[in-house]
Design a protein around this ligand. Structure first.
Ligand SMILES: Nc1ncnc2c1ncn2[C@@H]1O[C@H](COP(=O)(O)OP(=O)(O)O)[C@@H](O)[C@H]1O
Ligand SMILES: [Mg+2]
Length: 270
């Protein structure tokens, strides 16, 4: 159990996307992309983000460090930008515990891209992680397309880009917490990232990592999720955990159904 609390200090800018996230500078010196409890996609999105990001990191996937960020009433009332745009009108962003995804470095120094042109995409230093994250997205039934951010790889040659996996709000089918599996779900839109796949074997090391995640690992990863992010419905979250355990053995078959699909995402797997 950790007792430190990360507090939002300053709003930096509004991000694109349906959850209307905000980039914020925080008390630990880090910058975080923050999603609020009253975001238009629903409260459980925050629980999904925290749990799924922890699971992805447990698999060894690169995903920005997740954090519970406390946003105070005073900051919201003093910042005109901290509002959620609704169909008609707007609402103040909610105060209290929100979800934060750590920005890599500082916004003034590190440029982050949502997309790369194919030529640079092919050169990304950790393309293999797109195979791992497909296994992850099949396991968690991410009903959104796979999303990643790219920034220059400081640990690498500094020229090429590194991908990090973001936006896990629609894992477990968003607020539904059911698993409507379908062949194309979870794929990255640019199938070039899968060119290295020559057969089912390419996914096996990642499937093994999912299989090694135990019930007690899952318990650890969901404890500490603020209960207000799932309306205190502990029965629902326990059922979700049980489903995740059960689904470990489905992952291989779900990857194969993606291969067989009309979209043919793996062009070198025959
Ligand atoms: N950890 C992060 N570091 C840098 N940028 C991020 C990070 N997380 C999200 N973003 C940026 O914020 C945008 C919105 O975040 P995302 O999780 O995709 O929310 P939404 O659910 O609204 O699509 C992304 O398109 C990306 O540009
Ligand atoms: Mg998104």
């Amino acid at each position: 159990m950790r007792f430190r609390m990360v507090l939002a200090v300053e709003q930096v800018k509004r991000m694109r996307g349906g959850a209307q996230a905000q980039l914020m500078r925080c008390s630990n010196g880090g910058y975080y992309v923050v999603k609020f409890q009253n975001n238009p996609q629903g409260r459980r999105i925050l629980a999904n983000e925290l749990l799924a990001t922890r699971l992805a990191r447990r698999m060894g996937l690169p995903s920005p460090e997740p954090e519970v960020i406390e946003v105070r009433e005073e900051l919201i009332s003093h910042t005109d930008e901290l509002v959620i745009q609704l169909g008609r009108g707007r609402a103040l962003c909610s105060a209290g515990k929100q979800f934060g995804s750590r920005y890599p470095g500082e916004p003034a120094k590190t440029v982050v891209y949502d997309f790369l042109p194919d030529e640079q995409l092919r050169e990304v230093t950790n393309l293999g992680d797109f195979l791992g994250v497909l296994v992850f997205d099949k396991w968690t039934c991410n009903t959104n397309g796979r999303q990643a951010i790219f920034h220059r790889d400081r640990e690498g040659d500094g020229e090429r880009y590194r991908a990090q996996m973001i936006d896990h709000g629609f894992c477990f089918n968003a607020c539904e917490w059911n698993f409507p599996d379908a062949p194309l779900r979870g794929l990255y839109a640019r199938h070039g990232v899968y060119e290295q796949v020559r057969g089912a074997d390419a996914f096996e090391p990642w499937i093994a990592r999912v299989e090694r995640i135990t019930e007690s690992d899952l318990d650890k990863d969901y404890s500490g999720i603020p209960p207000e992010w799932f309306e205190g419905d502990f029965d629902a979250i326990e059922r979700l955990m049980a489903q995740l355990v059960r689904r470990k053995k489905l992952v291989r078959e779900l990857v194969i159904s993606a291969w067989k699909s009309s979209a043919q995402p793996f062009r070198n797997w025959r």
